[in-house]
Design a protein. Sequence first.
Length: 641
Amino acid sequence: MKRFGFLGCLLAALAVGLCCSWQASALTIFRIGGESLPRPEIEGDFDFVQLSWSEAEEARHGSMELLDVDPDFIVPRQLDPSVNLTPLLEGNGGQILALGWTGWEKRQKEDLVFFDEDPNTAYLGDGHFAAHAPPQKHMIFDFGGRFLIQRIRFFPRERFENERFVQKFVIGISDGDPLKDGTRDREFGTRGHFLNFDVAHEITENTEAIIDLPMPPVPIKQILFQGFENTRGIWEIAEFQIFGVGFAPFAHYVSNVIDLGEPASLGQLTWLGQKGEDAHIDLSMRSGDDDDPNNYWRFTFRGDERTRFGVNGRPLQLATYKRLESGEKAGITHDTENWEFWSTPYDFEPLAGDLLGSKPRQFVQFKADFASNLESSGRLDYLQFAVAIPPLASEALAEIAPNRAPAGEVTSFTYKIKPNLEGADLGFDSITIDTPARPASIDEVRVGGLVADFEVTSVDETGFTIRIPHVDIQQTEELIEVDFQAEVFKYGTVFSGRVFNSVMAEEVHQSLTPGNADDLFDGDALRVDLVGLDSKTIQSMQLSSPVLTPNGDGINDVLVIEYDLLNLVGDVPATVEVYNLSGRKLGAVPTAVVESGRFTTEWNGRDEEGNVLPPGMYILRLQIEADRGPDSVERIVSLVY
């Protein structure tokens, strides 16, 4: 087989250079939030675009829900338990509804005295509401999002405390989830306009003037008040007060659709923030080819026919869809032709991840979903990402063969890449391939079927990077193959990859797109499944030495424990415990929550109180609490001095 190396490639590049000029890539870094921070410190020239958290707007497909916004961060809204929320609802995205004869409607002007913060005015439950509405007073206080509500409080004017209290009432709650409609305790409404609520309190014989009731510790979006006519006299409410506590359990941010200017190589996304114990921040992104990720549909009123066009024959957009009559609106769907779906959430702790796109894209969008509890929440300072125009390649398809491998065994793989370069595409000379553990070997590279020289520039527990002869438009659609050996521990492991140009070290690394890189192989994916998988989850447990000598001489002072885990579903607890030969537990080795993969920990020969154990033989027991049940492996180690 003919072989070519860097010299041949250099000569070819020089020849190409006689008829075309080198075009440098324009690196642009975008940052959302973190406005008081300086520009990123990166070598070389780049453009910097600062965006604001507060710029999110519906017209550009952005939104915010239950977030407090600062130029430097966003954080879920926190409620002060001493602040009455009722008069603040309508100015903070909420609403107050009343039940009339035709159904639920915006509260009437006369209802304002319910929450006007004037204890000398009152709503009179004197049967007046029965003249234009159902024979009870119904009010819904909608917060516009879910909060933890601590208590509600209502009362008559002070001079009527003894005779005008509400004798019979119901307090209902709802989290606003439409999927739960029909499953809650009771329906409230009229003439086919009913809403579902769970009953938090139902008082039939009240004798107290001041009602102060605790609310269930669950996320609440709506509170219902149903007041019945008194059996004797009338009732009144001077103020209906609602008090919340803690952080909003769920808060959301969606950025505007961001126009990068032209199709660009999508690089790395970084972020800064913090989250408390039991709080979560899920970051996702998507990319597309136009400025609207949705399709809008209109009923034509010819049976069930729907169309994406308005009556003027033009495609519907967000603004024109909103102007349709309610009966014309046939729904909004995701534009699968021009936009990716939202990515799975990034792991928050690394504070970095690759922008995801099946090819260079011109438009990107980000979202952050916050989950908090009573006392713990998170904060997101900024999102920052890099793109490059022109891209390295208009498209770079990749697949891996074989796509099935035995669990935990060294397997030979071939990584196949087919680049499609057009016009000003820059090309690349480096490939990064992610692996579940340190690869056993990196064996050969072929370009267009010819063996090529390559250099391994990095290799570690997460994968490897190689440098190959520069791939430019002359090699467009030539198959690049990388042979290597690695182990797979988890069903559905994805060997993701990226390409980049080593002469522009600060430029973006373009992700490879799973697809048909080689017509002779029917895989079209970077996913590898497991074969021959039995019920065990612990593939192996190895010790760095059978003997531990913790005497401070630097030789075998610490025992390294390495173990391989297979096909675990999510994170599970792992423990390594120390026993003597009679079976008495003496201590435990530091471990963590783990998933499928290879892990290491260390034991220094000490018991759970920190004392060095006496010489002898000890049992190290590794146990995994998997979904299918516990699995354990034991090893014996000698401790000597």
